[in-house]
Design a binder for this molecule. Sequence first.
Ligand SMILES: [Ca+2]
Ligand SMILES: [Ca+2]
Ligand SMILES: [Ca+2]
Ligand SMILES: [Ca+2]
Length: 157
Amino acid sequence: MSGANIAMYRIAGVAIFSLFLFGCGGGGGGGGTAAAPPAAAADTDSDGVDDSSDNCILVFNPAQRDTNGDGHGNFCDPDLDNDCIVTVGAECANGFPSPECEASGTDAAAMIPVFFLAGDFDEDLNGDNIVNFLDLDILFDFDGLPPGPSAMGLCAP
Ligand SMILES: [Ca+2]
Ligand SMILES: [Ca+2]
Ligand SMILES: [Ca+2]
Ligand SMILES: [Ca+2]
C-alpha cells in the first residue's frame, strides 16, 4: 500500500467518523430534557379567567356576568338579598312558587316576583335571559351556603 493510499484511507476514515459524530449530535432535535414550563396561573373551572380574578372560581363563566355588581358572578350568586347566605326555607322547598314561600323572606322568595319573566335580571343566574326552574335549581344547590366563591371575596368568612 502506497503512502498516498494510506493518506486517502485516513481522510476517508476521518470523514466517515465526522459524519457519524455529526449524525449523532445533530439528530436529536426536539429530544432531550425540556425545561419545566413556568407554573400556569390556576384556572380551576377552565373558563379562561384566572382564579385570582374569577368572580365564580368553581363555575365555568367566561362572560363573568354580574348584574348586581357585587363581585359574585350570577352563576354563583343566588344570594338575592345580599346577606351572604343563600336560603331556600321550608316554605319554598316544596310547591315553589307559593304565597307561603313569597312571605318567607328567603332568597327563593326573592325570585318569585320575576319567575318566568324574560330579562337580564339578577335572578337570571344562568344568563339565558329568563328566570325559571333552571335558575331555581342553582339556588337550591346553594341552600345554606354563601355565594361564590369569588376572587373578590365579598362574602368570605
Ligand atoms: Ca369562573
Ligand atoms: Ca352578583
Ligand atoms: Ca341571602
Ligand atoms: Ca335563567
